[in-house]
Design a protein around this ligand. Structure first.
Ligand SMILES: [Cu+2]
Length: 139
């Protein structure tokens, strides 16, 4: 996470020939979740129930803002009368019902979160069981 710097500041002596193909040749496309050709997947944890609660957490804190990228969301559904749905609420179309209402247990999805507004909610109780977060750079 954090800023990716492409500056080179290694000067460890004159014994090695200069590399000809380096970062400078790579266009920065702003692709989320990739840095140096590797894809980082950030784990998130979601809970729904017991009671009328729904949460999405990163490192134990409720998610308010995330950087664009790949995320692995583990949903712990602790109620047979709630479910968990993730949806992009602005800036694109995405809908994924991660757990069904009767289901209890754990489901994991891997998803690319792109910039703008997202929400998660329990379908039968949308309005009282929902959360929002923003995906974006900076801030
Ligand atoms: Cu519910």
């Amino acid at each position: 996470m954090g800023a990716v710097t492409t500056r080179h500041s290694r000067h460890t002596g004159a014994t090695q020939p200069p590399k000809t193909r380096e970062w400078a040749a790579k266009p920065r496309l702003g692709l989320a979740g990739t840095a140096g050709g590797r894809t980082n997947v950030t784990p998130l944890r979601a809970t729904v129930g017991p009671g009328f609660t729904i949460n999405l957490m990163k490192n134990g804190r409720r998610v308010v803002r995330l950087a664009p990228g790949m995320y692995r969301i583990t949903v712990s559904d602790r109620s047979s009368f709630h479910n968990f749905k993730l949806e992009k609420s602005r800036g694109g179309a995405f809908e994924r019902t991660v757990t069904s209402v009767p289901f209890t247990g754990t489901r994991t999805i891997t998803v690319r979160l792109t910039a703008d507004r997202w929400e998660y909610y329990c379908v039968p109780h949308e309005g009282t069981m929902e959360g929002h977060f923003t995906v974006g750079t900076g801030g």
